[in-house]
Design a protein around this ligand. Structure first.
Ligand code: GLC
Length: 717
């Protein structure tokens, strides 16, 4: 355990000087244009050190020396060896977004936000602060202008977003090392996100199968059950692409093993699932069982790849396998070694890797960082040391990178095994730039209406922090779900970019058929609606790749002039064309929906709603709670049971209004550098046309156009 008592004493003795600036190092400000946005970089290093290597920033740019002020009148100082303080302006009307995963409304203002990766476990509620993912990127939307601040340091940070109600923001950074702070803007909100993701990277296009329905639970205990679940999906005609295997597929929770007892023919099981058009995703945790007879443990010890305490002993903590040791992913040798082990799973036919518990979580030390303490203990009094490119470093200084580097290693491993194929990695923990390596989910929520509702602002903020490929456990992880909650969760969940039903051990079954035929019918229809939207979802991922735009957007992304939308976080835009407004409360059958300017059509029944109005709308159980903006063309896939059938399935262009526009992006959905085709879809006076922008991918499917309920075939010439 870190010695917080000494750290407290030290800081208390230093209170006399706590406000003084003790900085004696070097600092420099540079500027560059990123995606047309002015970005200023302030790099600071204490005496005799350099700014540590960044694992977040991937942009290689020419930076010019710059003397101008940072945005939001940002100032900074060092108040002790281990503490830095920043202040910036937050005008009264300014709204604050981003900071990765926060249990908060969309506007983060009025609270303290601790960024130190933490296993919140089932403890997600109003008082939870630090969460699994820590992304120190804040967007301040002030009038028509937005600004961004990104403090690139993986050490603990506390952002005070005007908790004192004095129109001031602040950051405390708990580090003995240097850092870089990037200031973005002023620029419109989409440009700020484009610039930030230009700097820290974007998601590659996901494999198409990973956008289909993923069925999980902790745990499908044996191969018979995994196969039986997949067969139920097919028998009941409920589309599904993936069976997810949680920790019980392993031999006593030893990573990179399978249980011979419960999964005696693992490879044959995967083959059978593949034949039935299912992929398999397996969980991989970082904790390696401390067992001298276990090859992964032996290799790691021999090659010195595990984290050690400052006196050179292996750091040992309890996680699922019991006493475990933890790879030091900061070392390139560890990442290389770990990446090779993905081959074990890939060779068994596993398609994707789910990295969990990688904050890292320890059973006896839930929060290694104490936010009440003015500074962190010296490196050698921290739980263990890691090896950074600059040398040995205390764990807390780099903790926020652990999940990012683990998922990077998993991705690289999958790429080695299947060069040219799009890897799918899911991670629970992450830092700025995690989107280059992995999708994320919001961790252990519960089957509560409150968590259904909270997933909207949480995913909005995650998306504005660069992580577009994200979701929450549908149905809720902890506690028992109900027929009504599960159905309502699917109504929203079909719009989560990452679309997975997952549930805790001991929780009641929550597969789509678990609550009888009526609920099953609703969920079948909802999952089918998700599959029909897949071409539109692919367009959105393509858009993300080009400009960093998230799939889920707050309304002010597209309507920055409309003050009515500024506080809305129980509805969102799914791309520019679709407004989603789900029911979020038990036994409600109606809700109020605000429609921004224009005309809107219910995706389900084409009913029209005038923009600029609030309307009370009936949404019966099982309804897709979405409205399409007039002037849009939505490409929809004909029914399939798995995305394996998607390349042959016809696409229907649903035209909303007489004059409308849309996009179609097509590729093989598998290869990293697949050929692709891109078309502009145009409807003028009910006359539909496809204009090619680029057409290297030859599709053999048929296309149809649906205008005013009439469906006709469209032949591409
Ligand atoms: C963690 C994960 C959860 C998983 C469980 C068992 O709680 O967040 O999704 O099911 O561990 O592996």
């Amino acid at each position: 355990m870190p010695d917080w008592t000494k750290a407290r004493e030290r800081a208390t003795n230093a209170t006399a000087t706590i406000d003084a600036n003790v900085f004696r190092g070097q600092s420099a400000t540079h500027t560059a244009l990123v995606e047309g946005v002015k970005v200023q970089r302030l790099s600071v290093a204490p005496a005799n050190s350099s700014v540590p290597t960044s694992f977040a920033v991937s942009l290689d740019k020419e930076w010019n020396v710059d003397k101008s002020d940072l945005p939001l009148k940002l100032t900074w100082k060092q108040t002790s060896d281990a503490r830095w303080e920043f202040k910036f302006d937050l005008r009264r009307e300014a709204r604050c977004y981003g900071l990765g995963e926060r249990y908060s409304s969309l506007n983060l203002r009025g609270a303290m936000h601790t960024l130190s990766t933490t296993d919140t476990s089932l403890d997600q509620h109003e008082s939870v602060d630090a969460m699994y993912i820590a992304i120190p990127f804040l967007i301040v939307q002030d009038g028509a202008d937005a600004y961004g601040l990104f403090l690139d340091s993986p050490a603990p940070q506390r952002w005070d977003l005007d908790s004192g109600l004095i129109n001031e923001g602040g950051i405390v950074l708990y580090s003995r090392r240097g850092w870089s702070l990037y200031g973005f803007g002023p620029a419109p909100l989409p440009s700020i996100v484009a610039a930030y993701t230009g700097l820290t990277g974007r998601h590659e296009l996901p494999p198409l199968w990973s956008l289909g329905h993923q069925q999980s639970r902790w745990s499908y205990p044996d191969q018979e059950t995994a196969l039986a679940i997949s067969e139920e999906f097919r028998r009941r005609n409920i589309p599904c692409d993936t069976i997810v295997l949680d920790i019980d597929y392993m031999d006593d929770y030893r990573v990179f093993t399978t249980s011979l007892e419960r999964f005696p023919d693992f490879q044959a099981m995967v083959e059978q699932l593949n034949q039935n058009k299912f992929k398999v995703v397996t969980i991989v945790d970082p904790g390696v069982k401390k067992d001298s007879k276990y090859h992964v443990y032996q290799e790691g010890v021999k090659q010195d790849l595990f984290c050690k305490t400052s006196d050179g002993k292996l750091f040992v903590e309890n996680v699922w396998p019991g006493k475990s040791v933890f790879p030091d992913f900061l070392q390139p040798e560890t990442r290389e070694w770990w990446s090779k082990h993905q081959g074990f799973l890939a060779r068994l036919g596993v398609s994707g890797i789910w990295n969990d518990m990688n904050e890292p979580a320890f059973f006896n030390m839930r929060t290694p960082f104490d936010p009440q303490c003015p500074e962190t203990p010296p490196d050698d009094q921290q739980p263990f040391m890691q090896t950074s490119p600059e040398g040995k470093v205390g764990h807390l200084e780099v903790r926020n990178l652990y999940g990012l580097l683990m998922s990077r290693s998993a991705r690289e491993g999958l790429l080695k095994e299947r060069p040219g194929e799009r890897p799918f990695v899911l991670t629970r923990s992450g830092y700025a730039g995690v989107q280059k390596h992995s999708a994320i989910w919001l961790g252990d929520n519960s089957s509560w209406w409150e968590h259904l509702a909270k997933s909207i602002p949480m995913l909005l903020n995650v998306g504005l922090s660069g992580v577009a490929f994200a979701g929450a456990d549908i149905g809720g992880f902890g506690a028992n779900t109900s027929a009504e909650l599960l159905t309502r969760w699917y109504e929203l969940g079909i719009f989560y970019p990452f679309f997975r039903n997952h549930c805790i051990m001991g929780g009641c079954p929550q597969e789509p058929w678990a609550f009888g035929p009526r609920t099953e019918e609703h969920i079948r229809k909802l999952i089918a609606a998700r599959y029909s939207l897949l071409p539109y979802i692919q367009n959105l991922f393509w858009e993300h790749k080009r400009c960093g735009a998230p799939l889920l957007r707050p309304l002010d992304w597209h309507y920055p002039q409309d003050e009515n939308v500024f506080q809305i976080d129980d509805q969102f835009l799914f791309g520019e064309s679709i407004l989603v407004a789900p029911i979020l409360h038990r036994s409600h059958t109606h809700r109020y929906v605000y429609f921004p300017e224009g005309q809107w059509y219910s995706l389900e029944n084409n009913r029209r709603y005038a923009g600029g109005t609030v309307q009370r709308i009936r949404l019966e159980l099982g309804t897709v709670p979405a409205f399409v903006k007039e002037g849009s063309i939505i490409p929809c896939l004909d029914p399939v049971q798995s995305t394996a059938e998607a390349p042959q399935a016809p696409i229907t262009f649903r035209v909303f209004g007489c004059d409308a526009k849309g996009k179609l992006f097509e590729d093989d959905g598998i290869s990293l550098n697949s050929e692709y085709s891109e078309y502009d879809l145009l409807c003028t006076n009910s006359e539909f046309q496809m204009h090619k922008v680029y057409d290297k991918y030859n599709s053999s499917r048929r296309y149809f156009v649906q205008i005013d309920g009439r469906k006709t075939e469209y032949r591409l010439t």
